[in-house]
Write a protein that binds this ligand. Structure first.
Ligand code: ZN
Length: 328
């Protein structure tokens, strides 16, 4: 359950604008909530609907316990409709059905809220149908269109909506979101260092190739630390057979950078920033052997290697030169 205070932590700008419009009783007929998955668009819509219907509001904050609030929370309020794609798209029939529902006066009031999830999946017919609906708004109807890509909506629809841009979560919030989605903290931290796209993060955390990549980075560190004379052999026999092309090797280097950043954090005692939290012992051991400066130099060398990689130096050569520089 979200409150205006908790939403303000995630989406300060949008929260402020919406709270103001409720306070001043200047609610638009249509909003377009635009932002990537996991940025709180649905949560915001439901909270807004609660404030809209709750008769026991304290300022802007709904009571979260009356009949209206409870029914919105559990998804069966008679005057709050949520439309989702059926299969790949939202179809004309769904919009028609919605309009039919609206012609009955509200069971409890004249107020209606409808939320269109993944609005960009509306077919052309559905879009045109919805447009007609938006053009003749009844006074107490609020539409909330949710989308990851507002550009793919009809201009005529966009122009009738108040557009609200949902910003990406910061890494800390993103990590928490991933943990809420059931991803272990050790994975969640690493993912949020690599991407802020929820879908991609969930995909990567279930990806065997990525799990192996992560393991190889730890193994390379072990080799560099314990058996440096075998480092070249390790690269040829294990590393390059997994990171077969430039893009995949780039990911390998990205992970290696995260490990050296962790080593810097270990040195300065910045625990909460460490992403390889499962490797704390290894990090501690490394910090005795390798100085903070060594880690910083390694980071510079890895950045340089990434540049070479995309200026057409052969990937194997990039790795060999990198190892020589790190071991110097
Ligand atoms: Zn309430």
């Amino acid at each position: 359950m979200q409150t205006w205070t908790s939403m303000a932590d995630i989406q300060p700008n949008v929260t402020k604008m919406l709270m103001n419009s409720i306070k001043k009783d200047r609610i638009s007929h249509a909003y377009l909530f635009q932002g990537s998955r996991g940025t709180g668009k649905m949560e915001m819509s439901l909270l807004f609907a609660k404030s809209f219907f709750c008769a026991y509001r304290d300022g802007v904050e709904p009571c979260h316990s009356c009949k209206d609030c409870n029914r919105i929370e559990s998804g069966n309020h008679p005057d709050v409709h949520v439309i989702q794609p059926e299969g790949q798209s939202i179809k004309k029939e769904q919009i028609l059905h919605l309009q039919k529902e609206f012609t009955y006066t509200g069971l409890e009031s004249n107020q209606k809220v409808y939320i269109v999830e993944d609005a960009e999946t509306m077919t052309v017919n559905a879009s045109n149908r919805l447009l007609k609906f938006l053009e003749e708004p009844s006074r107490q109807t609020v539409a909330m269109l949710l989308t990851e890509n507002g550009q793919s909506l009809l201009d005529t629809i966009r122009s009738r909506c108040q557009v609200m841009a949902f910003q990406p979560l910061n890494p800390h919030q993103f990590t928490q979101k991933l943990i809420d989605e059931g991803i272990p903290e050790s994975s969640a931290r690493l993912m949020s260092a690599i991407t802020n796209n929820l879908e991609e993060a969930i995909e990567l955390s279930n990806d065997e190739w990525f799990a192996k990549a992560r393991k190889l980075v730890i193994q390379l560190i072990e080799v560099l630390q314990d058996k440096p004379s075998e480092a070249f052999m390790f690269i040829h026999n294990h590393w390059m057979t997994h990171f077969k092309d430039r893009d995949s090797l780039n990911m390998g280097l990205e992970l290696l950078m995260l490990w050296y950043k962790d080593l810097v954090y270990e040195h300065v005692g910045h625990e909460s920033s460490i992403v390889f939290i499962k490797e704390r012992e290894r990090l501690q051991a490394s910090s005795y052997k390798w100085s903070k400066q060594h880690a910083r130099d390694a980071l510079t060398h890895i950045l340089e290697a990434k540049r070479k990689l995309f200026s057409n130096v052969h990937p194997t050569l990039v790795m060999e030169q990198l190892l020589l520089q790190i071991q110097r």
